[in-house]
Design a protein around this ligand. Structure first.
Ligand code: C5P
Length: 305
């Protein structure tokens, strides 16, 4: 095998209900993920050593800020594959050059790092002919991070546990999304800590059942009305400017939600009105980068080109 190219998707959370922290520090979630057709590409080629590099066709994405050592989730994914085959640190361990083309905004709440890890798992499993099944990869993904299993799976899924227990939600419609990204990224652990400060008595997470029902039998307006994110309040507390944007976009009559732990604001619309809405929001927020996407999209998959 000389080269494997994998695309892995961004996500938004249509619904994200959060409970009080568990003994392990993670928060129990009840969430609905939707994968978007914004993909990071992971290309792997054989090499003596393991190395990681990033490029981006998008000048607003500063790949220089990303670590390329063992602290990067993609590199941890590679190490974990080797470890499970007893090869980590061994003279027989295969190497690879991992080259990631980033399109998913960094630290935007769209799980770009998780997409890179999921893409790396699929690509190196093939390049190194390791023979892990999809089921094995899901387990490895769950150990790497809460959002990595969904990046493998894609589509629309109900997530529980810390987000890694997934059940597919049937796809009934294509969604258009306008994403308002920000350069002042938010740290996920910090947003969860702020959630704890604001909700000291939080118990089990609320349910996303209403949202899932709207997805299976409702209109887009029903879906929009059921969208909810318990991390919005803490994210806005840490970044009040973000709160102004959410209030304004909603006051203009649009279905806006914070994506994950933020700070990307995701606006849901019918596919037919996506271009017009993107133009309207780009004119209203000239200092914000506006990206469009369709969802749901497939999970991490090998591309034949
Ligand atoms: O799982 P992942 O490594 O992506 O999570 C990053 C951080 O986000 C965790 O270290 C934790 O602080 C927070 N988190 C959480 N509860 C979750 C998911 C993430 O507290 N369910």
């Amino acid at each position: 095998m000389q080269r494997v190219l994998v695309s892995a998707p961004a996500k938004v959370n249509l619904g994200l209900r959060v409970g009080g922290p568990r003994p392990d520090g993670f928060h129990p979630l009840d969430t609905v993920f939707e994968a978007l057709d914004i993909f990071d590409d992971v290309e792997v080629t054989p090499a003596d050593e393991l190395s990681l590099e990033f490029t981006s066709p998008d000048r607003s994405i500063d790949v220089a800020e990303l670590p390329v050592d063992g602290s990067n989730l993609a590199m941890r994914a590679a190490h974990e594959l080797l470890r499970r085959r007893g090869l980590l640190g061994s003279a027989d361990a295969p190497g690879a050059r991992i080259k990631i083309t980033k399109r998913i905004p960094i630290a935007g709440g769209m799980a770009g790092g998780s997409a890179d890890a999921a893409g790396t798992l699929v690509a190196l499993n093939k390049l190194w002919d390791l023979g892990f099944s999809d089921h094995d990869l899901e387990h490895i993904a769950a150990d790497l991070g809460s959002d990595v299993p969904f990046a493998l799976k894609g589509s629309i899924a109900h997530g529980q546990g810390r987000g890694e227990h997934l059940h597919e939600v049937p796809v009934m419609a294509i969604h258009g999304w306008v994403l308002l990204t920000r350069s002042d990224g938010l740290s996920t652990p910090e947003v969860f800590r702020e959630f704890d400060r604001l909700n000291p008595d939080a118990g089990e997470p609320a349910s996303t059942v209403e949202l899932r029902e709207a997805l299976s039998s409702g209109t887009l307006a029903d879906v929009a009305a059921a969208m909810v994110n318990d991390l919005e309040q803490p994210a806005v507390s840490l970044n009040p400017e973000l709160g102004h944007v959410l209030v304004q976009v909603r006051a203009d009559g649009h279905a806006a939600i914070l994506s994950g732990s933020g700070p990307t604001v995701a606006v849901l619309t019918e596919p037919a009105t996506l271009r017009a809405l993107a133009a309207e929001l780009a004119a209203r927020y000239p200092d914000t980068q506006v990206i469009t996407a369709y969802g749901p999209a497939p999970g991490a998959h090998i591309r034949e080109d």
